[in-house]
Structure formats: structure tokens, C-alpha cells
Design a protein around this ligand. Structure first.
Ligand SMILES: [Zn+2]
Length: 300
């Protein structure tokens, strides 16, 4: 599933009064689309959230830190979950990948209509022990505005967020990516004014990307006149860390009775990872072996 096409950059501007992130993620959104069989509007909702999560994960400090964005809402999409780490890995799924909605009047996919009303929850897992959760009411369900609201309300960081996924008539992802630009507490009025003007006159992310813009050139446009410095670049990809061992541990948690009834029901049990749709097969004997192995490991 790896690729080297998608990447993310980090930048500062106006002598550190502004920090910024930008990502291009066509391949990783396409990988998610293929895994989940999403319709265009579901691909856009998932893809926008995955691009946002990657940039938010880049703000984390620890190697094993994770960020999860969860949307619980009443629209036909039924909500979504996305998890990213700060090594450029992201995975995610939507509840109803088959949602179909007519486009909006301007021709754009109706992500807000698919998402509906509800809440956006951001869970930060730090140092494998501390979990911080922030929650905001959805602003529009268009994802970018909702993440901007999360930063403003939950972290008190004024942020401009742009996210976009362009899907072709053949359902393939043509462009995906976005940016997050944040003002530090000591940002001067002139810097804020300039940034607001730049953003107000900027194009949609999908238009910029389909015109050939890169994360670097998007940030140079958005941070024009503010002396942007690109500090870092890293590859990003759709990556799920599931394996048979993890699935077995999840099975054990169901308890012996549940595993026995699964074994009794059918010769083959297939368990599917909800994040990447990888299928794990267990024969009746596999399940019974799992129970006895678990018992002996626990001295029983
Ligand atoms: Zn998986």
C-alpha cells in the first residue's frame, strides 16, 4: 500500500507568528476509496478528514502519539472515524460508504449534506498513556470549517483550514489535499490582515491541486508577503497496522463463550478490519486452538 507520491510539508511565516501545514494525498485517498468502495461524496468526506488528521498528527511531538477524529452525526453518511500518527500514516472508515447525494448547486460534492448535524471529537493519545479529548458541534459538516472550529474552541488557536477531494466521473480520486494555517498568540494585526486577504482571494484546494500546485506552492500563495519558510517535508500514506495477532487479541476479549458459538455456527469465520477491510480467516479448529492457547497462557 506504500507510495512516495503523497507528502506533507511544514512551514513558518512572519518570523514565527504563523505556522502552516500542507498535504497532497491523492494516492492515500484513492487507496481508502478502493478498500471501502466509497461513493464520491463518501470518498470526499473520508479523504478530507484523512488529510486534516495527517496535518494535526504532524503537530504531535511523540513518536507513538496518535490523533483520532471521530464524527458522530445524523446525515446519511452515518459518521466516520480517522486515525493518524506523526510518521505520516493514516487510516479511516465511514459508517455508510454507499451514500448517494446529488451535488450542490455549485457542482461540488455535498459533503455537508452527507455528514449532517452532529459533533466532531478529536482524541489525542500521547506517550501511550495520556488521552485528551476535545469536542465541538459541527459547523457545516464540510470538515475543514469543523476542524477550524475545533482549533478555535477547544485549543484556542485561530486557524484557517482548507481541505478538498476531487473525484472523477469514473469514481477515481483526481486530487486530494489541504492546508492548516495557524496564528500564534503574539501575531501582529498586520500579519492577521494580510493572511485574511490571502485566504479570501485564494482558490479551492481542489482547483489549486488540479492546476498543478504542490503543498509548497500552495503555502507560498497563501502566505504571500509573509516570508514563508518551508521547514520540513515527509511522505504520507494510507497505512493500517492490523495483523492476525491483533485480531486474535480482539477475539479473546469477546470471551470463550462467544468464540465457541462462532466456531459452532460455521466452519470458517471471517473477521474484517473496519479500517482497511483486510479479511482474517479462522477455521473452527483455529478458534478452538485459540481458546486452549489462551487458557494455557493464563495458567488455566
Ligand atoms: Zn486494518
Amino acid at each position: 500500500m506504500g507510495n512516495t507520491v503523497d507528502y506533507m510539508v511544514r512551514a513558518t511565516a512572519a518570523d514565527g507568528q504563523v505556522r502552516a501545514f500542507a498535504v497532497t494525498g491523492r494516492e492515500l485517498v484513492q487507496t481508502a476509496r478502493k478498500a471501502h468502495g466509497t461513493t464520491p461524496v463518501a470518498t470526499a468526506a473520508l479523504g478530507r478528514t484523512m488529510c486534516g488528521a495527517l496535518m494535526m498528527a504532524d503537530m504531535l511531538k511523540g513518536e507513538k502519539d496518535l490523533i483520532t477524529i471521530q464524527i458522530t452525526s445524523d446525515g446519511p453518511l452515518g459518521g466516520l472515524t480517522v486515525t493518524a500518527d506523526n510518521s505520516g500514516h493514516v487510516k479511516g472508515y465511514v459508517i455508510n460508504p454507499m451514500v448517494l447525494l446529488p451535488p450542490k448547486e455549485d457542482g461540488h460534492l455535498d459533503v455537508g449534506g452527507a455528514v449532517g448535524k452532529g459533533v466532531l471529537t478529536v482524541i489525542r493519545d500521547l506517550d501511550l498513556k495520556n488521552t485528551y479529548t476535545g469536542q465541538v458541534e459541527l459547523q457545516s459538516g464540510e470538515i475543514a470549517e469543523d476542524i477550524a472550529r475545533y482549533f478555535a474552541e477547544s485549543e484556542q488557536v485561530p486557524s484557517a483550514v482548507g481541505l478538498g477531494v476531487l473525484v472523477g466521473t469514473d469514481m477515481n480520486v483526481l486530487a486530494a489535499g489541504g492546508y492548516i494555517i495557524q496564528l500564534m498568540p503574539f501575531a501582529a494585526e498586520a500579519v492577521i490582515d494580510r493572511l485574511e486577504k490571502n485566504i479570501a482571494s485564494s482558490q479551492y484546494v481542489t482547483d489549486m491541486l488540479s492546476e498543478g500546485h504542490t503543498p509548497e506552492s500552495m503555502l507560498r500563495l497563501l502566505l504571500d508577503g509573509l516570508d514563508p519558510q518551508i521547514n520540513d517535508s515527509m511522505p504520507v500514506q494510507f497505512f493500517c497496522n492490523c495483523d492476525k495477532d491483533r485480531v486474535e487479541r480482539a477475539l479473546i476479549l469477546l470471551g470463550e463463550d462467544e468464540i465457541r458459538s462462532m466456531a459452532a455456527e460455521q466452519e470458517d469465520t471471517v473477521l474484517t478490519c473496519q479500517f482497511c477491510k483486510s479479511a482474517y480467516h479462522f477455521t473452527r479448529q483455529d478458534l478452538l486452538d485459540l481458546i486452549s492457547r489462551h487458557k494455557s497462557e493464563n495458567g488455566g
